[in-house]
Structure formats: C-alpha cells, structure tokens
Design a protein around this ligand. Structure first.
Ligand code: GYE
Length: 326
C-alpha cells in the first residue's frame, strides 16, 4: 500500500485542537445534504473492543459534530462483520451523503461497496483497509500496520534475538488488516533470530480474551515462556493479570511488547510491567472529516493518508505519560 501523505501524530493532535475551538457554525437541518450545507455521514465503527477504539470513536464524534456541519449516524457492529455490512447497507438505504467505514475484516466488502457506488454515495475508509478494488472507495485515512509490526519485531530482535527465547503471541481479530499486517511486519523483523514462537492465538483485541488465552498459554507452557507479543495494549493488559495470577512478574519473568500506546498501556510500561510499546494513533477524526468534506464537495483527495507512529521504552514512556492525549 502506498502512502501519498504522511501526517505526524503531533501535527494531527494540534490540528484537532484547532478544529475544536475554531469551528464554523453549521445550521441544523434535515438529513441528506439537501442544500442546507449539513453533511449526513453514516459511520460504521467496528465495535468497542479496546481503549484504542474508545479514543477513535471519541475523536470521530468530536470531528463529525453538528457544530462542524455534520449530521452523524453512528453504528458500532460489536465486531461482527455481517452486522457491519448490514449497517453500511442501511446507510445506503437512508441516502446519506457519505459513508465512513472502519472495516472489521479485510474481505467481503466488494458487493456492498458496489452498491454504495451505484447509489453515488462515496465511501471513505478510516483505520483498517479492505481487499476490495481501490475504485470502490474514495480515500483511506489510517496507519501503517506492517511498519508497526516491524518496529516491534526489530526491538525484539535487537534485545532477545541472539539468545534462545520462547515467545507467545496474542493476535488481533482474525482477518483484520491490523492483525494480518502487524503479524507479517513482526515476523519479517525476527526472521533468522533465536526467537521461537511457542504459540500464537487470537485474543480479538480485547482485555478479557487476552487474559483467557494467556491463561491457556501459561497452563500449557508455564515458565518456558520468556516473551509475549500482543497485537494491542488491551490484550497485553489482560495477559498481565494472568501472568500475575500465575505467580510470575510481568516485564521481568515474561517480557511484554505491545502496540497502541493508550494510557493504560503506557502506565504499565512506565511501571516496567510492559517492556516496549509501538504507538498507533487513534485520533483520526479531524483528518477524516476534512477528507469527507472535500469528497462531498467534489474536490480531489489523495487515495491514502497515513499517520506516522512513534515507539516507547520504559524511560521514554515515563517522560511522556502525563502529556498523552488518550
Ligand atoms: O490497535 C486495536 C483496536 O485497528 C488499529 O483495533 C486498530 C486496532 C487497535 O481494537 O486496539
């Protein structure tokens, strides 16, 4: 996937603050953009599985506010792909001006995206990607998940790669671009090292499943486990509980590397319970709203906008913890 524009996380945060204070008054009005200037947007969110997702939903609701000229119809599909497809179909039937989609999984979008195209309703992707043809959506605002996985894997390879190390992996939602791309980036970075994958299973990006799956790993492999790679903070935080309950010390007996850098994850990292976090910026609302406005106005936009992420070890986390916006 190509990045046409790179926006830094910091610039994005700044831009959001600007919109919140400098918003134009958009007159209220009926749905459907019938000449009153109000843009009706259907947003199909994945669900509410993680701290990242809560921050993303908040950012989107703030940017797609009435004060900013939008009428937002929000749907969260509880991470059920069929329910999300149904939500998009219902947006089409309601005749919204634009659809914003954070696709739970990559595959299965061709038909409903064609239906949106036939109905002349532009679709803008945010967060994850789809495997459907690029002609079926106007733009994508998201993150480079492969690079996030690579950054995590490179740190692991540098720190543990030359000693025999047994790793377990908590994967994100199966079939999501976030899980698939993070896994492939990570795997390519640890290739040829002494790191052995004992087991790898999905925890669906949730704290509860991260805990249950980690309990299973601990029962099966016990103290053989040296390292955990979790595709997001929440699964890592669930695993922390399982590790402590097993009488082991997270961050010491089992090293932990995660992705997201939400407040709870960064707090665990500051305390030394996590060892490394690669950031994934959830504040995509401002940029997405800007792109939607342009698309609805018939202006040209780039096919993709990628927000750049940072990464933190314990010392770096301590320094930035208080100033983290999410
Ligand atoms: O890392 C995870 C969330 O798609 C980037 O989904 C997103 C991921 C994020 O539930 O916490």
């Amino acid at each position: 996937m190509k990045a046409n524009k790179i926006i830094t996380g910091l610039a994005l945060v700044g831009a959001i603050a600007f919109t919140a204070t400098g918003c134009a008054g958009g007159g209220g009005g009926a749905a459907g953009g019938g000449g009153d200037g109000v843009i009706t947007v259907g947003f199909a969110q994945t669900g509410s599985e993680s701290g990242w997702r809560s921050a993303n939903t908040e950012s989107m609701k703030e940017a797609f506010s009435e004060a900013n000229g939008f009428n937002l119809i929000f749907n969260a599909a509880d991470n059920k792909p069929e329910a999300q497809i149904a939500a998009v179909r219902s947006f089409i039937n309601q005749g919204v001006d634009a659809i914003v989609l954070a696709p739970i999984v990559t595959d299965g979008w061709d038909d409903v995206l064609k239906e949106a195209k036939d109905a002349n309703i532009p679709v803008i992707l945010e967060d994850r990607t789809v495997s459907a043809s690029e002609d079926l959506y106007a733009s994508w605002i998201g993150l480079d998940f492969t690079k996030e996985g690579e950054t995590a894997g490179t740190w692991v390879a540098e720190n543990f790669g030359s000693t025999p190390t047994n790793m377990v992996v908590l994967e994100g939602t199966t079939g999501s671009s976030a899980a698939t791309d993070r896994a492939s980036g990570f795997d390519s970075a640890i290739e040829g090292t002494d790191i052995k994958v004992l087991d790898s299973q999905t925890g669906n990006f949730t704290r509860a499943e991260g805990k249950t799956v980690m309990e299973g790993f601990l029962q099966k492999y016990g103290s053989q486990i040296n390292l955990l790679f979790a595709h997001n903070d929440d699964m890592g935080l669930g695993a922390l509980e399982a590790i402590k309950a097993a009488g082991l010390t997270p961050g010491t007996d089992i090293k932990i590397v995660t992705i997201d850098a939400v407040k709870d994850g960064m707090t665990a990292l500051s305390k030394g319970e996590f060892n490394y976090i690669v950031e994934c910026n959830p504040l995509l609302g401002e940029k997405t709203a800007e792109v939607v406005k342009k698309v609805v106005a018939g202006e040209s936009v780039d096919k993709s906008y990628i927000v750049e992420d940072q990464a933190f070890d314990q010392e770096q986390a301590k320094k930035v913890l208080d100033s983290r916006p999410y």
